[in-house]
Design a protein around this ligand. Structure first.
Ligand code: GDP
Ligand code: ZN
Length: 301
């Protein structure tokens, strides 16, 4: 018996990265298989126990046990009823925006951070493409806003490689995921740090990759300097993630920190008198853009 991490799932089997650094193909058996039929799916990031067994065709690896998870990433669609489990044991998420091309949208960055918070995964803001002209001010503004809330912020460029040392060392342990809109440079950042990954970049190639006849599978990529990073189509698409309205206040650290001070229990921080959050906006403790994102996300989807 040995332990490993699920790095690829789908297509009837799993890739498991074993402790000794070898990757093997494994199937589910027995109890694990029965559990997976009733919905306790095995996903990328899962730590599992595997066993090598004799079979008719030779030797096979079999997943015999799923070890307890430290975190799960579930996606709740607005229309889908059942939450979809997409990864386990993710240690941190990087919410990536571009300083320009595409223009940074704070509402979207807030959404990314809410996804991390809702899944109780630590988040870092990455501002990419700072090599482009006239990005200094906007990058500084975004950094000031989010580091003020308590999020670590990395400013860098996949193009020039500037500022990526911190990203590299943060990725070097455990399991990470980069989330963000298409075109902000997630694949380019990973390629800049690990050229051997040869991830496809740019809109055009991606459209080809997502063509009707190719299934894009979720996988964890091994970084040459240590660490695993998710390459999962479902991570990027911010639009499809949902958080129940009543949970939204807990996904904004600065609102979470003030809510105890509201006059009314169950204050929604939308318009109530004596609301500590609304007062916080007036006092400059809560950014108006953040509150607007909060209001937007609270709206029944
Ligand atoms: P993804 O969709 O988030 O994975 O974004 P890609 O990595 O595919 O990058 C989208 C486009 O932005 C590509 O044309 C990249 O060449 C470009 N790009 C990515 N990072 C940078 C950067 O730091 N600076 C500049 N100037 N362009 C970048
Ligand atoms: Zn309030």
């Amino acid at each position: 018996m040995t332990t490993g991490v699920i790095t690829t799932s789908g297509g009837g089997g799993y890739e498991v990265l074993l402790e000794d650094g070898c990757s093997v193909h494994a199937v589910l058996r027995g109890r694990v298989k029965r559990q997976s039929r009733v919905g306790a799916q095995v996903v990328i990031g899962d730590r599992v126990e595997v066993e090598e067994v004799e079979s008719g065709t030779g030797r096979d690896w079999v997943v015999v046990n799923i070890l307890p998870r430290t975190s799960t990433i579930t996606r709740r669609g607005h229309s889908e009823h059942r939450p979809k489990l997409i990864a386990a044991n993710v240690d941190r998420m990087f919410a990536v925006v571009a300083a320009r091309d595409p223009e940074p949208r704070l509402a979207q960055l807030d959404r990314l951070l809410v996804i991390a918070e809702a899944n109780e995964v630590a988040a870092t803001v990455v501002i990419n493409k700072v090599d482009l002209p006239e990005t200094k001010d906007v990058a500084e503004r975004i950094e000031a806003l989010y580091s003020g809330i308590g999020y670590p912020v990395i400013r860098g460029s996949a193009e020039s490689g500037n500022g990526l040392e911190v990203l590299r060392s943060a990725l070097a342990e455990g399991i990470s995921a980069l989330i963000g809109a298409s075109g902000v440079g997630k694949s380019s950042l990973l390629n800049a740090l690990a050229p051997e990954l040869e991830l496809r970049t740019g809109e055009l190639s991606r459209r080809v990759r997502r063509g009707r006849h190719t299934t894009v599978r979720s996988r964890l990529l091994r970084l040459p300097f240590g660490g695993l990073v998710a390459d999962t189509p479902g991570f990027g698409d911010v639009g499809v993630w949902g958080v129940p309205p009543e949970e939204v206040e807990f996904c904004f650290p600065e609102i979470r920190g003030l809510r105890e001070g509201c006059r009314f229990r169950g204050c929604t921080h939308l318009a109530e008198p004596g609301c500590a959050v609304l007062e916080g906006i007036e006092a400059g403790e809560v950014a108006r853009s953040r509150w607007q994102s909060y209001v937007e996300l609270r709206r029944p989807q």
